[in-house]
Design a protein around this ligand. Sequence first.
Ligand code: AMP
Ligand code: MN
Length: 328
Amino acid sequence: MTTGPLPPAELLDAIRRGQSFVVASHQRPDGDAIGSAMAMALALRAAGKDAVVVTDAIPPVFLQPFPDVAGIQITPEVTGTFDAALIMECSELLRTGVRGLDRSPVMNIDHHPGNTSYGAINWIDESAAACGEMVFDVIRALGVPLTPEIATHIYLAILTDTGSFHHSNITPRTFDICRRAVEAGVNPAAMARRVFDSNSFGKLKLIGALLDAMELTDNGRLAVLEMDEGMLNACGCTHNDTEGVINLPLTAREIQAVVFFKTGPNGDVRVSMRSKYDVDVRSVANTYGGGGHKNAAGFTVAGSLPDVRPQIIERLVGAISEGLKSRP
Ligand code: AMP
Ligand code: MN
């Protein structure tokens, strides 16, 4: 099968030698965060080790039914020490939202460019479409059999982080790993239904309201979505219900990029961006201290939306014209 760069020997040694592990990922976890952390923890347990997964808040509803997610420990701080703290797909340690992880030797496993290499061991593979691909490689190197539960989390990570096989980071390795996952018992149709068809009625209303208010700019190449707490409340939704909505405008042929402004309860503006092909929204996120991937990136800015909006849009228009230069 096609493999990426192999996991570093020192990482595998640390895992083989250790007995007790804490596993964490980034705040506001997505499918790759939960899938990578859970696959890693389940594999460690299958190898006879102790592994606890920690997050700072309850995972989004659509991720809760997946194997053992209910067993995740929700805590702002870990007080114990472990043989290693395995941090999955997290650009910096603070972004775990959990304090005390650095009491244990930190192993940093990520596929994001811009990772700050905060670990005692750092394994960054930007060629991986999802961190779940890297976890698969660790599990294979350790010789742990791919159980249906582990395979489910690996597939979940890849399905979500590729934007259901839309993003430009997909390689033969992605499909080789998915094939293994399906051979291990994953049902792709059921996974797609569970991940993408689990909306509440309130979320459908929210989607309607957001798309109704959507603005187009740059000759229809950039879509702008805006949401505040009032809109959420009117639809009976929470912030988790905004997951995936940003991808909808990209289904219009002309639209090359989408920006979604979400004003939170404390007035901060959370900015999410998505794009097609070579339109690089990560470069825009970087300007504001955020990060992500070429086709999916984000950041948070302090300040009111009318103040920050024009400059962000200007930068996105620039990224679109840059990206279109290389369009076949
Ligand atoms: P989102 O729009 O929140 O779904 O994020 C899209 C992508 O950008 C994901 O890969 C995130 O991990 C990444 N991302 C979002 N916000 C940040 C941030 N503040 N710093 C680094 N990466 C981010
Ligand atoms: Mn990821």
